[in-house]
Design a binder for this molecule. Structure first.
Ligand SMILES: Cc1ncc(C[n+]2csc(CCOP(=O)(O)OP(=O)(O)O)c2C)c(N)n1
Ligand SMILES: [Mg+2]
Length: 365
């Protein structure tokens, strides 16, 4: 009879969840075997999306300060994690973003002016165009995880070769919904991809205070789901891991949990938190040296695929598109209470019919 060993099963667990990196901070390939199979055009497109998103972030912050946008959660620092993962998605795949994931939603097809309306709390910002397989950014932390498990199960049930990809943060991985969603997808081998963007903080609470787990990736193990930890500042690594997860999912091999190690340079949202109260300059400096755009730019320059002129052109085009989109958002009719009622129901319940009349009356004055 073998004797029961009381050795701590968590001993050495870090080795099982080592961080995957392909492109290092100097723009050098460190894992030749895993360089993803992307054409030169794809590589340039990935960089274009990251540059566009950095500009959109800067402009959104400025517009917010001018009182021309409402809710806004800054994205700078997280571009590789956001756009690298989304690049592995197909148009027919279903996206369930969190509030910081507006860039992925735009590249999945949501017109920019609608993203601005979402920020303003206008209902039209939440009306996905027919051909955009996505829901609006989730504000309730973790709710999208269980929804993604359900959408993925639906794909499987209907025999579709598609995935549901959802995003949450390190804080989201402490919620009950997170465990339920990952567990359900694991049990039903549903084609879901759960991306946890670990930007080190849930508002001001550091990740070490949110969980005793060494990594978030290892939380997948309890559900019998593969979990990977990836350098979230390395766009090639993020793309590669998500692409592998997608291939497995559409092949009937079930869900994957992916933790991307990243950092947001700005505040949590534009509602007024002050990151200097919970972060040090040293920490900011350390992460800024890992910047996803700087390292990918170096890599592309080394391949003669990128230049300053090209980047300037993208920046100017982005600024122009943003200007046009905000003008279009400004032209949208102000939302009325009657709009909110009528977009919710095909047929109104009696109590709302009464309210509808009441508000029609008020709005006509
Ligand atoms: C269920 C729920 N609880 C609390 C909040 C308030 N809240 C908004 S953002 C946030 C932190 C989330 O942090 P994280 O998941 O790491 O995402 P990040 O903002 O860093 O991208 C909290 C607690 C919420 N929106 N929903
Ligand atoms: Mg976070």
């Amino acid at each position: 009879m073998t004797r029961v060993s009381f050795k701590n099963p968590l001993e050495g667990i870090e080795e099982k969840f080592e961080m995957i990196q392909i492109l290092d901070e100097d723009g050098q390939i460190v894992d030749e075997d895993n360089v993803p199979d992307l054409s030169d055009d794809d590589l340039v497109e990935l960089m274009r999306r990251m540059v566009y998103t950095r500009v959109l972030d800067q402009r959104s912050i400025a517009l917010n300060r001018q009182g021309r946008l409402g809710f806004y959660a800054p994205t700078a620092g997280q571009e590789a994690s956001q756009l690298g993962s989304h690049f592995a998605m197909e148009k027919e795949d279903f996206l369930l973003p969190a509030y910081r994931d507006v860039p992925q939603l735009i590249f999945h097809g949501l017109p920019l002016y609608q993203a601005f309306l979402f920020s303003r709390g206008h209902y039209h910002g939440n009306q996905m165009p027919e051909d955009v397989n996505a829901v609006s950014p989730q504000i309730i932390i973790g709710a999208q995880i269980t929804q993604a498990a359900g959408v993925a199960y639906g794909f499987k049930h209907n025999g579709k070769k598609n995935v549901a990809l959802t995003y949450t943060g390190d804080g989201g991985a402490s919620q009950g919904d997170f465990y339920e969603g990952v567990n359900f997808a694991g049990a039903y081998k549903a084609p879901a991809i759960f991306v946890v963007q670990n930007n080190q903080f849930a508002i001001s609470v550091p990740v070490e205070k949110q969980s005793a787990a060494e990594t978030i990736a290892q939380k997948a193990a309890a559900a019998g789901v593969p979990g990977y930890l990836v350098d979230g500042m390395d766009v090639l690594a993020v793309y590669k891991v998500v692409k592998e997860a997608r291939d497995r999912a559409v092949n009937g091999e079930g869900p994957t949990l992916i933790e991307t190690m990243t950092y947001r340079y700005g505040p949590h949202t534009m509602a007024g938190d002050d990151p200097t109260r919970y972060r040090t300059d040293d920490m900011d400096d350390k992460w800024e040296k890992r910047d996803p755009l700087v390292r990918f730019r170096k890599y592309l320059e080394g391949k003669d695929l990128w230049s300053e002129e090209k980047e300037n052109e993208i920046v100017e085009t982005a600024k122009e598109e943003i200007k046009e989109a905000i003008k279009k958002a400004d032209k949208q009719d102000k939302q009325k209470v009657t709009d909110l009622i009528s977009i919710m129901y095909d047929e109104l319940p009696q109590n709302l019919e009464e309210q509808m009349e009441e508000y029609k009356e008020k709005e006509s004055k």
